[in-house]
Design a protein around this ligand. Structure first.
Ligand code: MEV
Length: 330
């Protein structure tokens, strides 16, 4: 039995624009997905998932992508979750050159599914790590990030950046621009506060919406480039430890994401609740459409205000997690 975990993340800056080659800066947070893998001899897969903001489900199937699991939970969510897990299993089989390997897989995640905190990347990175180790192969974090990216690319119809998977594999703050991925220095006491509306967005649909706008209007393409400019300023603010400037830039970034149509009423309401509570800045994180915002506030005011905000289901402080994927005690 092998257990691996990998962190979720927030985007300080640059989601969506990163899909078109602009830089982005995601930061890993101390909320992890934990994946337990047992190799089995009969080539079958048994997947048990808990806490994926579903009630939890168990499926056993032949493991080829055509073998649809028969379970009584919303099929879209299960299809997406199973797509990521199937992809992770294929990558592990390929890395270990054992195409017929079977697995019992248990997923426990403290990261809400599809809510902008990188749940799928964390599950995929941890699953590939645990499954390859179970087959006697140890991949580097960079190799894990690359294989996890191939899975996201597949499941998201070719529309994914390396940002989520690289951040989850490496931990800490990272900078991603196209294929150029690196870890960067960041103050380890960034005062992240997260607000969660209990919902989720469909990354594929949201990315396709931005793509269409960008193709249709020069000003939308310019908006995407302007997000890249914000990220470049943000990198300097991060290097200087200038948290006030980070906050101002986050507010600007949120405005541009809103203009690109990926915010929602509940995300905007949470952003404004954070600003009214004197957060240094606030923005949606991830694909948008619903899910989470991230704010910067050293005090408890933002978390308290969010808890009293209509549409906010949960608010919590999140620390930067400097550790990426790691092996856990069973
Ligand atoms: C989703 O977490 C982030 C997006 O930028 C898509 C991607 O980078 O793959 C919207």
């Amino acid at each position: 039995m092998t257990v691996s975990s990998a962190p979720g993340k927030v985007y300080l800056f640059g989601e969506h624009a990163v899909v078109y080659g602009e830089p982005a800066v995601p930061c890993a947070i101390e909320r992890r997905a934990r994946v337990t893998v047992d190799a089995r001899d009969d080539g079958r897969l048994r997947v048990q998932a808990a806490d994926l903001t579903l009630d939890g489900f168990t499926v056993e199937y032949s493991g080829d992508a055509g073998g649809a699991p028969d379970v009584d939970v919303p099929s879209g969510l299960v299809r997406a979750a199973m797509g990521y897990i199937d992809g992770a299993v294929s990558q592990a089989r390929d890395a270990a050159n054992q195409p017929d390997a079977g697995f019992d897989i248990t997923i426990e995640s403290a990261i809400p599914l599809g809510a902008g905190l990188g749940s799928s990347a964390a599950v995929v990175v941890a699953a590939i790590d645990a499954a390859t180790r179970e087959l006697g192969v140890e991949l580097t974090n960079e190799q894990l990030a690359d294989r996890a990216y191939q899975v996201e690319l597949d499941v998201q119809d070719g529309q994914a950046s390396r940002a989520d998977t690289f951040c989850s594999a490496m931990g800490g703050a990272v900078r991603v621009e196209g294929d150029d991925c690196r870890t960067i220095d960041a103050p380890d006491n960034l005062p992240f506060v997260i607000g969660y509306d209990g919902g989720a967005g469909d990354t594929g649909v949201l990315v396709a919406g931005v793509r269409k706008l960008r193709e249709e209007y020069d000003f939308a393409a310019n908006t995407v480039s302007a997000i890249g400019d914000i990220v470049r300023h943000g990198e300097q603010a991060l290097a200087d430890g200038n948290i006030e400037e980070l906050g101002r830039l986050m507010n600007f970034n949120h405005g541009l994401l809103e203009a690109l149509g990926v915010s929602s009423r509940s995300l905007d309401t949470m952003v404004w609740a954070a600003r009214d509570a004197d957060a240094l800045g606030a923005k949606l994180t991830g694909a948008g459409g619903g899910g989470c915002i991230v704010a910067l506030d050293e005090t408890d005011a933002t978390a308290t205000a969010l808890r009293f905000t209509m549409g906010c289901e949960d608010a919590f402080r999140a620390e930067l997690d400097t550790e990426g994927v790691r092996v856990e005690e069973p």
